[in-house]
Design a protein around this ligand. Structure first.
Ligand SMILES: [Cu+2]
Length: 142
């Protein structure tokens, strides 16, 4: 009986988090400059919405992508990322998280990570990952 009660409570908390009701979003700022992300190591808590802002200070387009990560909800503010995705063309893998910013622009993506772990993020523009545009998103247990 006791464990069932806890399970139901946990589920309710998760729903609230997904709706963005009580939980304050965790705001993360990433800057793309000189083929690197600053910072390249980011930590967030599972179950709490994350608002990630990508600031592109370079003279070329960059993006932030995570191929596979369990998330409860994803929203993008700027439709530009959809166009960008068309240009990516032949890459067969579609990232779960993807936000692009043109040179000098800022864009953001909101999502709620659901599973603790360590996830690699990178830039999908050809050659950029190889040039060092990779980083780690650590999702901590709440
Ligand atoms: Cu890039």
């Amino acid at each position: 009986m006791k464990s069932a009660g806890i399970a139901i409570f946990g589920f309710g908390a998760l729903l609230l988090g997904a709706c963005g009701g009580l939980a304050q979003p965790q705001e993360i700022g990433l800057t793309a400059q000189g083929m690197t992300y600053v910072p390249s190591w980011v930590e967030v808590d599972a179950g709490t919405p994350v608002k990630l802002t990508l600031v592109n200070e370079d003279a070329l387009e960059h993006d932030f992508s995570i191929l596979e990560i369990p998330v409860a909800s994803v929203s993008e503010a700027d439709p530009m990322s959809a166009e960008h995705e068309m240009e990516m063309g032949e890459s067969a893998m579609e990232p779960v998280l993807h936000v692009a910013a043109e040179a000098g622009a800022t864009n953001h993506v909101s999502f709620t990570p659901t599973k603790p772990g360590s996830y690699e993020f990178y830039c999908t523009v050809p050659g950029h990952k190889e040039a060092g545009m990779v980083g780690t998103l650590v999702v901590n247990a709440p």
